[in-house]
Write a protein that binds this ligand. Structure first.
Ligand code: ACO
Ligand code: PYR
Length: 527
């Protein structure tokens, strides 16, 4: 019985090997071990850990991975066939594959005649022998052997006989799975489906797998087409990392298989988003907001019509239930909002509003006016909350600003430059005037503002800035550029974004900074 027969489709993850062939995706040994553990816990069937013939880290990975307590996944070591004119038992690459002591070994070989003659510079006969010998040798050593047929689709379209002959050689050697690779990522889904079905018919005794690349943005579509054509193993990477534009994205193909094609491939799909973020965090990459299924915007609704409809019936604009993949619905407020967006936000703040009420209309109008001036509330939930509070009278003035001043001093004697800020304000009737130095102007202003407020509101010592972003935007009359500053503040438990817009970057920063602290005070004081 085939090793692949008890599940409709087996998931083969190559994040740790092909993923690391992608620009900007590097993993330390520890990173690789941590990701392997998470892939196993998620229910991935095969984890390709690396290429031991490539570098010492991958050799060490397989040594260290023996200590992992994997509950489900099988580890695979990856490498090439023996080299031309070298007996397989003397090939150092093949020896390293055995030394990795994994239950599975994956080798790649050439399917495209042109690659055989021009890159390997050998004959098709020797190429077939390289494939057959290597697979057979690994089988003799008790390994499950996955054969990756590199450039299979290009090779098949160029010469079907040659491409099928190379697969036949792997089958004769005893391969457990023949993986058809769209190595250059240029094949279309209907070709993938048709060619997979032909291979299944010509070599029915060995299961077929699929390995696709995303050069035409078709990595996932091609994997799905292959499954339709009879493939039972899908190779890919978490978040689609990989060579050039990446590999088939497992965070998309897994929910497609499970939710759309009714194939149970993982036990708990709700952990998908967490896994996606984990791999981004470990590799120090930003999360791709627009990623299908797992991205921050995958279920974000901005247009007023959409928001109105999803409130009545979520599936009017959602193709799946977001929670099925660990994601959630997100309602955005902007100039494209209708009252429905405002009502939802207000309700989240515990301020129920009625549709058609004067308050709902006033908030909506203010949002539209401010966005027209350059404000953006999508990432500035804190400023939006203040706006709603002010419009609805759920706001208490905590201080009155009279003036602020900033300066930047550059010395000629090598002394570090100094930024200085002064702030003059009133808390009730009490005046306060402070001065502070900082690493930059915003830092100096932040310190001066806190210095003035802390004697009255000591709780603001909990608040700190975590992010500061500046964007130059066109003013609506297009005569002068405006600056939009977005600040993210935190009290260690929650983050909130505030926004300021002005033709002057310091004023824009000040508005965002003050909103950040003001919102904290409103909440803390239970206004
Ligand atoms: C489609 C894929 O993604 S396959 C995986 C590709 N990944 C990588 O290349 C990352 C890891 N690679 C490496 O660390 C290095 O390239 C190594 C250690 C494997 C080889 O390094 P070197 O020995 O210095 O060779 P180099 O990388 O310059 O060239 C590759 C050699 O492999 C040969 N080769 C290519 N494909 C195959 C194959 N399927 N079977 C056997 N040999 C092959 C090439 O012909 C070439 O040898 P040649 O110059 O004698 O013709
Ligand atoms: C094997 C592989 O990574 C490829 O053909 O793309």
């Amino acid at each position: 019985m085939s090793a692949l027969s008890d599940k409709p489709v087996r998931l083969y993850d190559t994040t740790l090997r092909d993923g690391t062939q992608g620009e900007g995706f590097q993993l330390s040994l520890l990173d690789k071990l941590r990701i392997a553990e998470r892939l196993d816990a998620f229910g991935i069937d095969y984890i390709e850990g690396g290429w031991p013939g490539s570098n010492p880290k991958d050799v060490e990975f397989f040594q260290e991975a023996k200590k992992l307590k994997l509950s489900h996944a099988k580890l695979a070591a990856f490498g090439s066939t023996r080299r031309a004119d070298t007996p397989v038992e003397q090939d150092p690459q093949v020896k390293l594959l055995l030394d990795a002591e994994t239950p599975v070994v994956t080798i790649f070989g050439k399917s495209w005649e042109m690659q055989v003659t021009e890159v390997l510079r050998t004959t098709p006969e020797e190429n077939r022998a390289m494939i057959r010998d290597t697979v057979a040798y690994l089988k003799q050593h008790g390994r499950e052997v996955v054969y990756d047929a590199e450039h299979f689709f290009d090779g098949y379209k160029d010469s079907p006989g040659h491409a099928l002959g190379s697969l036949q050689a792997a089958a004769e050697g005893g391969a457990d799975c023949l993986v058809l690779c769209d190595t250059n990522g240029g094949t279309l889904p209907e070709e993938v489906m048709e060619i997979c079905a032909i291979v299944r018919a010509r070599i029915p005794q060995v299961p077929v797998g699929i390995h696709t690349h995303n050069d035409c943005e078709l990595g996932v579509a091609n994997a799905v087409a292959a499954v339709r054509g009879g493939a039972v193993q899908v190779q890919g990477t978490i978040n689609g990392y990989g060579e050039r534009t990446g590999n088939c994205n497992l965070t998309s193909v897994i929910p497609i298989l499970q939710l759309k094609m009714d194939m149970e491939v993982v036990p708990d799909l709700t952990k998908l988003r967490e896994l996606s973020y984990f791999v981004d965090d470990v590799s120090n990459n930003p999360h791709f907001a627009r990623a299908a299924f797992v991205g921050r915007t995958a279920f974000a609704h901005k247009g007023g019509m959409h928001v109105n409809a999803v409130q009545k019936l979520a599936r009017s604009y959602e193709h799946i239930v977001p929670q099925a993949v660990g994601n959630e619905q997100n309602i955005l407020v902007s100039e494209l909002s209708g009252q429905s967006n405002i009502l939802i936000k207000a309700e989240q703040l515990g301020i129920p509003l009625d549709k058609g009420s004067a308050e709902a209309k006033a908030v909506l109008q203010k949002v539209k006016e401010l966005e027209n001036e350059g404000y953006s509330f999508e990432a500035a939930g804190g400023s939006l909350e203040l706006l709603i509070r002010r419009e609805l009278g759920r706001y208490e003035k905590t201080f009155d600003l009279k003036e602020f001043h900033t300066s930047f001093r550059q010395y000629r004697d090598g002394h570090d430059p100094v930024c200085e800020a002064t702030v003059k304000l009133y808390v009730g009737e009490v005046p306060k005037y402070t001065v502070a130095e900082g690493r930059g102007v915003v830092n100096a202003l932040d310190k001066a503002l806190r210095g003035a407020l802390e004697p009255f509101y000591p709780e603001i010592s909990e608040v700190s800035l975590v992010d500061y972003k500046v964007r130059i935007i066109d003013s609506h009359d297009a005569t002068a550029a405006k600056t939009r500053v977005l600040i993210v503040s935190t009290n260690g438990e929650e983050n909130w974004g505030t926004v300021g817009v002005s033709e002057n970057i310091i004023e824009a920063s000040w508005i965002a900074l003050v909103d950040g602290i003001d919102l904290f005070l409103q909440r803390h004081r239970g206004v």
